[in-house]
Design a protein around this ligand. Sequence first.
Ligand SMILES: [Zn+2]
Length: 307
Amino acid sequence: MTTLTPAPQRVLLDRLDERVSVFRVKDEVDAFAIRTDRFVALIDTLSTPDLCRAVLSELEPDLRDRPLIVVNTHGDWDHVWGNAAVEDRATIIAHASAVDRLRSPQAAAVLQEKAAAEERFNTVRIVEPTVTFTDTLTLHGGDLTLRLIHTPGHTDDHTAVWIPELRLCIAGDAAEDPIPEVTSAHPEDLRRLRLSLRRLQALRPLTVLPSHGETTEPQVLERNLDYFSLIEDRVRALSPGNADPFEAPGLTFTECVGGTRPLAEGLQAFYSMCHRKALLATLDQESADRLLQTSSGLADPTDAATA
Ligand SMILES: [Zn+2]
């Protein structure tokens, strides 16, 4: 049992509007707070109620005269397990399918597994959103507008946040540095993820804040799309019946995945898994099914909850 207790750090970023705050749990996830004239919106609650409470105390000066609204970008553990810290004081907004995901046996299994491995998760209780939507939902803050956009492909319930006045996109896990994780090895999930990335790119943001990746560059959307195009082209060029694309020249992790930051060892393993899953999703269904039967772990739904 590890006693490691990370703390969120407020990250100061050049040229970011002073109404936008970034809170980082190093090598785990970022959460974001937007102060508007009418409310403070907290985008994600981190991975424990304690971490979320630490963020709330940082926001206390802004919360003295404004209500708190919480948005969950999606139901993965690192984004919603802090919800218990806000359930008695805030509306929690998420896509409708987040409720199903949080009620699923897989969600309970991930919690059980992580609580057994790390003491800090013992205080986690799964708390569902109180307001849900299906395609888009707009929050009118007065000076700033938050448009919540359903952007599936990383998960079915994924939501990104667009603030047109700042041309700022909070991408959640739809975009990521070096690469985003597709829901499953099913081609349809990859198609949805690429569509979501294109939908965000079409907004022409000046700033993009993914939950993982420590970047603000709008080019992250293009880089992620280019990665999926690259592996598609290279998979197509494979000779028919080629046994395993993971081993094929041109398709290894180092040849395809070029991030902008050095990755810690655990993260390297995680993104290798993401790359394998993306390759499988790029193959035709028949080959993917065949390879899935022989490659372990990739069809496990708890994988999707890794980051
Ligand atoms: Zn995540």
